[in-house]
Design a protein around this ligand. Structure first.
Ligand code: UT7
Length: 317
């Protein structure tokens, strides 16, 4: 049986990082470090430099993932890139990354599923690998989210940051192994009836935060249950939760639901804020690089975002 194994992970964060106080001062916001950190867990975020593109950040993350996998760019069959902040409608950001990496074969395309984009991209890549369409796929989440924020709306502009994360998914024949490595399953959902509670309108993000929060807690919980049931697993089989990083209160609620101690939940929202499609691969890359996530560990990922879109993915490292 062919499985998509996570062969490498990589992340990139822009050099500039602003604390809540620095952000408030720079954009003249009527807010406070206390309000932001108590409601969300966010303490700082990175901001792309002028001229630093989504493709630039994505390329850096891809290079790190390839290096960790010991793979060359020439081996890449496909690049699937999730973003809500593409550098242009076309060429896609994925094809810009393809060019920057010097990849001249295969195919590349963007996925639009807002903060759930990485889970969607993993789902598509996993299906294509299992179907035998490609062997080495770079799956990327990359965002220059601070470019679509309304700096007069304190309810949204304090919540987001920029960055990119990537994984190299590689086809591996698991044979009849009892506990094969790789993506076990993905579970993708959307419901366009709730599109207006989190959307880009006139080029800027608009969010009814409380409404989104309410959907997040119930929809993420059901996606987690679905992922466990599909694999015949119990909560106690999960070693790591790598959630979308929007709000520490939502992250904590999912950790409690799984019965995981806080040290088994990977948290970056304090330092990265919400980097939308980049948040899960950035968190994964950090936890793999610092040795927390190890070979054989069962990792559960989940996200919700504009659309509404939501979903979960289970992987054994
Ligand atoms: O990544 C996609 C998924 N996104 C999410 O999961 C986000 C989900 N939502 C949330 O995380 C929370 O709803 C927020 C953090 C966005 C907001 O927290 P909240 O507890 O729902 O606050 P609220 O929007 O209901 O606002 C409460 C108060 C309001 O004042 P009044 O009307 O009670 O006087 C706001 O005007 O807080 C005020 N407020 C602020 N005050 C200081 C809103 N933003 C700020 C701010 N600083 N930055």
């Amino acid at each position: 049986m062919i499985r998509a194994v996570i062969a490498g992970t990589g992340g990139y964060l822009p050099a500039r990082s602003l604390t809540n106080d620095e952000l408030a001062a720079e954009f003249n916001l009527d807010t406070s470090d206390a309000w932001i950190s108590e409601r969300t867990g966010i303490r700082r975020r990175h901001m792309a430099a002028p001229g630093e593109s989504t493709a630039d950040m994505a390329t850096a993350a891809c290079r790190a993932a390839l290096a960790q996998a010991g793979a060359e760019a020439s081996e890449v069959d496909a690049i699937i890139l999730a973003t809500a902040t593409p550098d242009s409608a076309f060429p896609s950001t994925a094809t810009r990354v393809q060019e920057k990496l010097g990849v001249t074969r295969g195919f590349s395309f963007d996925i639009s599923a807002a903060c759930t984009g990485f889970i969607y991209a993993v789902g598509v890549a996993d299906s294509m690998i299992r179907a035998g369409n490609c062997r080495n796929v770079l799956v990327v989440g990359a965002e220059a989210f601070t470019r679509i924020l309304d700096w007069t709306d304190r309810g949204t502009c304090v919540l987001f940051g920029d960055g990119a994360g990537a994984v190299l998914l590689r086809a591996e024949d698991a044979g009849c192994a009892p506990n094969p490595r790789g993506i076990l399953s993905t579970h993708l959902h959307s419901d366009g009836r709730h599109g207006d509670i989190l959307q880009v309108e006139g080029g800027l993000v608009r969010m009814a935060g409380r409404e989104v929060f309410r959907h997040a807690v119930s929809k993420l919980a059901s996606a987690v249950d679905e992922a466990l049931a599909a694999n015949g697993l119990a909560k106690s089989d999960v070693q790591w939760l790598v959630p979308h990083q929007a709000n520490l209160r939502i992250i904590d609620a999912m950790g409690r639901k799984l019965g995981l101690p806080p040290e088994r939940v990977v948290v970056t929202v304090d330092r990265h804020a919400n980097t939308s499609a980049a948040s899960i691969p950035l968190a994964l890359a950090e936890a793999v690089r610092d040795g927390r996530i190890k070979a054989g560990d069962m990792v559960l990922m989940e996200a919700i975002g504009g659309g509404l879109t939501w979903g979960a993915a289970l992987a054994r490292f």
